[in-house]
Design a protein around this ligand. Structure first.
Ligand SMILES: [Cu+2]
Length: 181
C-alpha cells in the first residue's frame, strides 16, 4: 500500500515536471517567435576600444538578417575620436572620386543608384537598399557631438536576399558582412 502510494506520488511528480517542462518550451518558443517578429533589426558597433587601444572593426563582424530586416550601425559615445564609415561598393567605378572627406559621397550618407544618380542624405540616415545600388555609404561615423555633420547611427533596411560586404573607406582593412536570407 505504502509502496503503491509512493509510486503514485513519483508518477505525479514526474508528470508535473514533464508538464512544466513542456510549458516552458512552449512559452520560450512563443516568446522567441514574437521577439523575432517584433525586433527585425540587429545592432553592429563600429570601432570602440579605448583611447590607448582603439578598435578597428565592426562588432559583430558578420550578421544575418531576414529580407525586410534592418541593420543599425552605431558608434558608442565617448569612445576614441576615430572616424569610420560603413560603405557598400557594388560598382568599383563609383570610387573614382577618391576618399577625401571633403567629398560629400564620402562624408555624408549617400546612395548612388543603378542609373548612376547620386543622392546625399542628412546625418544618421535610415536607408532602404533594394539590391540594385552601385554604392551605399553611411558617411563619417563619429561619437555624437565633436564633428558637425557626422553620424553616430546608420540604418539600412534590406529588401533583397544576398550577401552584402562592406568596408570602412578610411581604414579599408575594416570589413564586415550582412547576409540577407
Ligand atoms: Cu574605419
Amino acid at each position: 500500500m505504502i509502496a503503491s502510494r509512493k509510486n503514485k506520488m513519483t508518477l505525479m511528480t514526474l508528470s508535473s515536471v514533464f508538464t512544466v517542462g513542456v510549458l516552458t518550451i512552449f512559452i520560450s518558443f512563443c516568446y522567441n517567435a514574437i521577439a523575432s517578429v517584433a525586433t527585425p533589426s540587429i545592432g553592429v558597433q563600429i570601432g570602440g576600444g579605448s583611447l590607448t587601444n582603439p578598435l578597428f572593426g565592426y562588432t559583430p563582424q558578420n550578421v544575418e538578417i531576414k529580407v525586410g530586416g534592418s541593420v543599425v550601425w552605431y558608434v558608442r559615445p565617448l569612445v576614441p575620436a576615430e572616424p569610420h564609415t560603413v560603405t557598400f561598393v557594388f560598382d568599383n567605378k563609383t570610387m573614382i572620386n577618391g576618399f577625401l572627406p571633403s567629398n560629400p559621397v564620402v562624408f555624408s550618407p549617400t546612395i548612388i543608384d543603378s542609373s548612376g544618380v547620386t543622392k546625399i542624405y542628412a546625418p544618421n540616415a535610415s536607408l532602404t537598399m533594394t539590391g540594385t545600388e552601385k554604392y551605399v555609404n553611411s558617411g563619417w561615423m563619429f561619437p555624437k557631438g565633436p564633428l558637425p555633420g557626422s553620424s553616430d547611427t546608420f540604418t539600412v533596411t534590406f529588401q533583397k536576399a544576398g550577401t552584402y560586404n562592406y568596408l570602412c573607406l578610411l581604414h579599408p582593412w575594416m570589413v564586415g558582412k550582412a547576409t540577407v536570407t
